[in-house]
Write a protein that binds this ligand. Structure first.
Ligand SMILES: [Zn+2]
Length: 325
């Protein structure tokens, strides 16, 4: 079997966004000899595409053909053979016989629903492409006695879902919960775009100047609110970057549900107090999960109890996956 140069096209059939890493079509430890299985991994870190591509001390990259980001974006890393499972306890899941998927997860964090949905759909499309049954999708923990990834996932449930997706059947109408899990989320992707001041002893509602892929009207004209058309679960993930603090100083980060007109704070159960590093900087991910409706909206607030203004950096970004509920 040659280099698997169809991988990007196969990944696009999932409906999730795909990034082709430059050079992927010729990257690998030689061509891929065979595809008889798919091995699911977690990376054990965050933002570690470069490790999957370039390797780590003692193990040359590429480590897997595919890196799956926490928001469901699929990165195609290599078309050739990768070092992701040795020694394998299954002949169908050796490096020479299988495709590796490395999902971005530090080995502890809950799996975002959107990433899991993308993971299953990706496995289903790979199985269809290479003529494999869903039973050939294995967790690394199932085909290598020394591994525990992907953490906490029941691979039997995972495979059952892959098998269902392979038939092309629509969402199982059995229960509302099931439909919610199966629906493809709408992903709202926002960037701060400009530096913004958080006043001393005050708060900033983050203004999103950059809107990557959301549909029109998903966030308000003033750029601070995320709206849902109807009943939705909103799964939020922001990367917040701040500077201008004294080492050890605190700020609070808070995904906040507000009244639809934005005048009233309803709740912020995911609020997090964070401390500045020795350089007076903060870089933190802030998750959150909310029920949105036509009666409310979502904002990201930065609360600064300190005596001096703090700068929210323009590279601050957020993704919100909206699932029907
Ligand atoms: Zn692994």
């Amino acid at each position: 079997m040659p280099y698997l140069t169809q991988l990007a096209e196969v990944a696009r059939r999932t409906g999730y966004p795909v990034t082709e890493c430059p050079g992927w079509k010729t990257r690998g430890h030689g061509p891929q000899p065979a595809v008889e299985g798919v091995v699911c991994h977690h990376t054990a870190d965050r933002e570690d595409l470069h490790v999957v591509r370039d390797g780590r001390p003692g193990l040359d990259g590429p480590l897997s053909q595919i890196w799956l980001r926490h928001d469901g974006r699929i990165f195609i890393v290599a078309a050739g053979r990768c070092w992701h499972n040795a020694p394998s306890t299954s002949p169908n899941h050796t490096n020479s016989a299988s495709i590796g998927i490395e999902a971005e997860n530090n080995g502890r964090s809950p799996w975002p629903a959107g990433q899991l949905d993308a993971y299953r759909r990706l496995c289903a499309e790979l199985c269809k492409e290479f003529g494999l049954p869903a039973s050939r999708v294995r967790g690394h923990k199932e085909v290598n006695t020394a591994k525990s990834d992907p953490h906490t996932l029941s691979m039997n449930d995972f495979r059952a879902e892959v098998a269902r997706l392979m038939t092309g059947a629509g969402p199982t109408p059995a229960s509302a919960t099931r439909v919610e899990e199966d629906a493809v989320p709408e992903i709202v992707s926002l960037g701060a775009g400009r530096d913004q001041d958080v006043p001393a002893a005050g708060e900033l509602v983050v203004r999103w100047h950059t809107e990557y892929v959301d549909d029109p009207d998903d966030h308000g004209a003033d750029g601070v609110a995320v709206f849902a058309d109807g009943a939705r679960w909103a799964l939020c993930d922001a990367l917040v970057k701040l500077r201008g603090l004294q080492p050890g100083e605190d700020v609070d980060l808070a995904w906040t549900r507000c009244s639809r007109d934005g005048t009233k704070v309803l709740d912020d159960p995911w609020r997090l107090t964070v401390h500045a590093d020795p350089d007076g900087r903060i870089e933190r991910n802030l998750g959150g999960q909310f029920a949105l409706s036509a009666d409310n909206q979502l904002r990201l607030r930065i609360l600064n109890p300190g005596p001096r203004p703090v700068t929210l950096e323009k590279v601050t970004m957020a993704k919100i996956a909206l699932f029907r509920r």
